[in-house]
Design a protein around this ligand. Sequence first.
Ligand code: FAD
Length: 440
Amino acid sequence: MPSLLLSLQLKALLLHTFVLFLSSSFGAHPLPTNQSSSHYANLTTDYGRIIYNYPSEALQPKGPQDISQLLKSISSSPTRNNVTVAPRGAGHSTYGQAQALDGTVMDMRSLTPYIQIGEIQLVASENSTVYVDAGGGVLWIEVLNETLRHGLTPRSWTDYLYLTVGGTLSNAGISGQAYKYGPQIANVMELDVVTGKGDIVTCSEKENSELFYGALGGLGQFGIITRARIVLEPAPQRVKWARIPYDDFNQFAADEEQLIKLGDVNYLEGFISFKDNNSSDVYYTLEFAIYYNNEGDAQKTLDQVLSQSNSSRSMANITDVSYFDFLNRNQKIIEVATAEPTTNKTMAMVDATSRKTKTPMSRPRAEAIGNAESMRMEVRELVGGREGGMGAKQYLPYYKDQNAWKLHFGEKWGRFEELKSRFDPLNILAPGQRIFQRRP
Ligand code: FAD
């Protein structure tokens, strides 16, 4: 499962932490003060508020045809041979990934919202699969609200639901369900994509599969996702949600490994956090959830899990909540953190399935803590660095140039470049990822 190979996810709060220490040293282009329309100004930055790139235009497409028309006209116009196009979902990137300097920002939230539930009979099988077709600009919270009305739910989530379907599917979409079902991109049956050439293509595992697998996790480089068909399952009613703190990394990792092996819990994440803002002491938290319709069965599973844990049962914090409240658990936290950015506490999320994991905690706390770059270094040290330690790749990475991306992709770089030349040969799409330079 791709997400598990990533080994490290920068947790939502960590992403937020980055925004607290704004640095304009990233080649950012400040917002001209004479432009003050709030919507337009919004399109010049993102959740990170670190990078500001002023586009020359903003498009509010209603459907794939509008997107196709724009991309075809840009591709064929000699006077627009330097124009780039950034699809922008909820704008929750942190380093300008959804921005386009002097280009066109495409506001995907303006697409006619589309959420439709359906069912198909699988070939050579008695069983059918239930799915939801969701527009690329729809928020995951909207998908949840609609599917729950039918007693159904997607299987794999992000920790925070106010992100768009197209935005998370362009990355991976990871939360604690991924250890069982893979990230969100592993739970998609079909996509509609508008390629960089302006072609509107339906793709799936069987049909136009290169574009399908390219667009999923493709950082917006090969096409703009306008519809995704996502697998559903029956929704549970309630959730037993547990958090267990640890001081000892080995005990924490052993428990997480054991839970992964048993596969009894529906959601599982591990966190590393600083004990307070000014200390280098860390602690670990195992968070897991058991979904249920029958309380007795859920309690039995919970008792079993706790009885096998290395941590004392009395330390466990257990809450019983509705399924909706569990999935939407971070809304308030993120809203408060966004409104009052006062903490600089770093938190990293660890996938303890890596057998190479060693206690990664002997690291000095960066002196210049009020600086986004040092925070990035700090997290890298925390997990032992990309080159060593856990062998982790950064999720949602920010790199300044193509050479760094080549290192990131390693042996897969050639394939990535090849797909780019097929589906977006002029390098028009998603310039904010800083992977390819626009070709005239
Ligand atoms: P945007 O930031 O608008 O765009 C992201 C990239 O995708 C850009 O390059 C953009 O050009 C491209 N893009 C946008 N829409 C499309 C489309 N329809 N087709 C093709 N390309 C497109 N990630 C997780 O995996 N799990 C989490 O739990 C999680 N929690 C988060 C919590 C917070 C508070 C924040 C700020 C981020 C979190 N993220 C998480 C990261 C988030 O998933 C990514 O930043 C994602 O890209 C945000 O979606 P968006 O709709 O805001 O995309």
